[in-house]
Design a binder for this molecule. Structure first.
Ligand code: FPP
Length: 279
């Protein structure tokens, strides 16, 4: 039996078909999942209830991205700064994460999803690391959506680590300083091999990047919604994609160059977009 995302049904299927026809589906969507605590507080519930409901949103968004043919979905699940939260919340979050990976790996696998983790994975509790590597190994040959979980991740941490490794390779003569280009830097980042995000979604109405994918977001379209993450479900994602389809991505050029380029501009544009988003 072929593997693939469970097909959308009924009205939802029609919405997805319409969305595919109305424009391009972003190849890579990155999401800052924010507002779990406020969602819970508004309902008089403990913060962890917001995180638990947030897992339901993760499940829905992963499913719909697979159905739409999104190739990469990167979720900011735990930042380097999140370690500073009260110890009780950190440990509950780690337990929730462990349970979510344990419970969801089989479903991800049947849906042809390839699991990845980006960040300082060695800083996570041993059992989370083990569960993650099992899930990554099991799904490594899947060819549908790549789901990258950013865990103990921050953009500055990632860039610092890359600089250290480049400096080491220069000092040991594996790389010459003259060879340092943005492409080379990209290949030292934890996202090497993943194209830059086309669309960044941030929930809970904050207008911040919060140390997420600082290098990779250079030309990404940003969509901010006031919805808290536990209330962000497929209809909100459809709205974000519709909004994205109405944007004009110029990559620093002018409108005419993007829309009616001459042969020289065409090839310039092609190689530039390739350098930004990957092959
Ligand atoms: C931000 O809300 C959310 C987090 C720090 C954690 C996100 C984690 C999950 C949704 C659960 C596990 C994820 C996966 C991938 C299975 P917040 O706590 O900062 O909310 P607030 O700003 O309202 O306080």
């Amino acid at each position: 039996m072929g593997k693939g995302p469970q097909e959308a049904t009924g009205e939802d299927r029609k919405v997805q078909e319409k969305l595919r026809k109305s424009g391009e589906i972003p190849r890579h969507i990155a999401i800052i999942m924010d507002g779990n605590g406020r969602w819970a507080k508004k309902r008089g519930m403990p913060r962890i209830a917001g995180h638990t409901e947030g897992v339901e949103s993760v499940r829905d968004i992963v499913e719909v991205c697979g159905q739409l043919g999104v190739q990469f979905l990167t979720l900011y699940a735990f930042s380097t700064e999140n370690w500073k939260r009260p110890q009780e919340e950190v440990s509950l979050l780690m337990r929730l994460l462990l349970k979510a990976i344990r419970d969801e790996t089989d479903r991800l696998h049947t849906n042809n999803v390839r699991l990845k983790a980006i960040g300082d994975i060695a800083a996570l509790p041993r059992e989370v690391q083990d569960e993650l590597s099992d899930g990554i190994e099991k799904t490594q040959h899947n060819t549908g959506l790549t789901l990258a979980l950013a865990l103990s991740y921050s953009g500055r941490w990632e860039i610092t680590e890359a600089v250290k490794r480049i400096a080491k390779d220069v000092s040991e003569h594996r790389v010459s300083a003259a060879d340092i280009t943005d492409g080379l830097i990209g290949s030292y980042l934890v996202t090497a091999g993943i194209p830059d995000p086309d669309l960044l979604v941030r929930t809970s109405g904050e207008f911040r990047i919060s140390n997420f994918l600082l290098w990779q977001l250079a030309y990404t379209e940003i969509f901010i919604t006031p919805k808290y993450w536990p209330s962000f479900r497929r209809d909100e994602l459809y709205a974000a994609i519709r909004d994205y389809q109405g944007r004009e991505r110029r990559f620093g050029m002018v409108s005419e160059q993007v829309h009616s380029p001459g042969p020289e501009q065409k090839s310039l544009l092609k190689s530039f977009i390739k350098s930004v988003t990957g092959p």
